[in-house]
Design a binder for this molecule. Structure first.
Ligand SMILES: *Cc1c(COP(=O)(O)O)cnc(C)c1O
Length: 348
């Protein structure tokens, strides 16, 4: 698709939107200005570190993220968690009660919830038995009102990544926006699609600081796409969606090197997989490109309870179609992995 075709997918009311103009939008200082009296936003003048509104454009954070991600600052949207980006993508592209979206299943539950909140029909297409991407069925599920396709890779809860060639086929053949949720990309064995936003104007990549970066408590999600799509998303978000404290702390944390922690998680993931495969009650441990493993066991609900009795909570995915009899176990510290391995080993 061309960028003009992608713009043609945007809801007319959003294209016509005059976004809220903040005080800081209306005064854009110049180099020579030396302003130290701020009386334009009805803020309290008493300095507490939080008495001023935050930067609505997240300018310095987007610069920093631009260097880390290797994409232009204009191609980065920052949301209050990925959840905000998911909701805004629906609101930008899908006309309420008219348009629909397609997603894989099983996958992350938020796409379906956000669709329901926005009154958008969600068409779910079951993954193939080996959890690979059902490309033909996904394309067949679309009609002229299908605006968005949701692909999570590495996928939650299955843990696998999809073949690059399969995703590229969707990007080329689907006449709508393909969202690839890469919440777990730092744990994957491939580079993902962030750098492909220059090639595919209909691609939006979601990433987050909640997993490998260890900032789930701050709520900070990213969408990467063409500058045209990102500027539309920025018009729809709440002006001050990322607060002052979060912006400051994220900026600090982004200077950290997370590679050692990620390497340790990967090491523990392999250890967990290998140990679980030796347990009698374990029928299958799925390959993982994420910081969790999906495990098929003889009696998932009973093992779940036994783990709880030993003070460890995992996610029971048994009621999810395609994940019958499974638990999803997050990779923790070496000691936490030991606790889980010990309980599963002794489970009869
Ligand atoms: C954890 C997760 C996220 C992160 O959501 P945030 O709102 O950024 O914390 C996004 N997508 C998937 C698939 C996830 O599993």
């Amino acid at each position: 698709m061309t960028i003009e075709e992608v713009k043609g997918l945007i809801r007319p009311n959003i294209l016509a939107l005059h976004p809220y103009s903040t005080a800081r939008d209306e005064w854009q200082g110049g180099e020579g200005d030396s302003i130290d009296v701020w009386l334009d936003a009805n803020e309290s003048p008493y300095d507490s570190g939080i008495n001023r509104y935050p930067d609505p454009h997240h300018s310095s954070l987007r610069q920093k993220l631009s260097k880390i991600k290797g994409v232009a600052a204009e191609s980065i949207f920052i949301g209050n968690g990925s959840d905000e980006a998911i909701d805004i993508i629906f609101r930008v592209f899908a006309r309420v009660g008219v348009d629909n979206a397609v997603s894989i299943a099983p996958t992350y539950g938020m796409y379906k919830v956000a669709a329901a909140i926005n009154d958008i029909e969600m068409r779910e297409v079951q993954l193939l038995d080996d959890y690979s991407l059902p490309v033909d069925s996904l394309l067949a599920a679309c009609d002229e009102n299908t605006k968005i396709m949701w692909i999570c890779s590495p996928n939650n809860p299955t843990g696998n990544s999809f073949q690059r060639a399969d995703i590229e086929r969707l990007l080329k053949e689907f006449k709508g926006v393909v969202v690839i949720d890469e919440a777990y990309i730092e744990f994957a064995s491939h580079r993902g699609f962030a750098l492909d936003i220059a090639t595919y104007p209909n691609l939006v990549v979601l990433q987050t600081l909640s997993k490998a970066w260890g900032m789930a408590g701050l709520r900070f999600g990213l969408a990467l796409s063409s500058s045209e799509v990102i500027s539309i998303m920025n018009r729809v978000k709440y002006p001050y969606n990322i607060n002052v404290l979060t912006q400051a702390r994220v900026s600090e944390e982004l200077d950290r090197d997370i590679s050692a922690q990620v390497a340790e998680i990967l090491e523990q993931r392999e250890r967990l997989i290998n140990a679980l495969r030796l347990c009698d009650s374990v029928e299958r441990v799925y390959q993982s490109d994420a910081n969790f493993v999906l495990v098929k066991v003889s009696d998932a609900s009973r093992l779940y309870d036994v783990l709880i009795a030993h003070g460890a909570v995992v996610r029971n995915r048994s009621s999810v179609k395609g994940c019958e009899g499974t638990l999803r176990i997050t990779v923790g510290t070496p000691a936490e992995c030991d606790r889980v391995i010990e309980v599963v080993k002794n489970f009869r």
